[in-house]
Design a protein around this ligand. Structure first.
Ligand SMILES: [Zn+2]
Length: 60
């Protein structure tokens, strides 16, 4: 069973695939996640143009 955070990450991986900077559509899973215990940050770096985008959530 995926955790809620894994589901959230999966949602980005399936809905936020297109780079807004260069238009590249990534069908892979290049989202990174990190957390400091209070927030979780999902970050994606485009392999083509190195543009990054992030989604931040506060836990709890
Ligand atoms: Zn790009």
């Amino acid at each position: 069973m995926p955790t809620p955070l894994e589901r959230l990450r999966r949602r980005y991986e399936t809905t936020d695939k297109k780079c807004s900077a260069c238009g590249y559509v990534d069908e892979g899973r290049n989202w990174e996640s990190r957390t400091d215990g209070r927030q979780i940050v999902y970050r994606y770096v485009c392999p083509i143009c190195d543009a990054s985008r992030e989604h931040t959530f506060t836990l709890g």
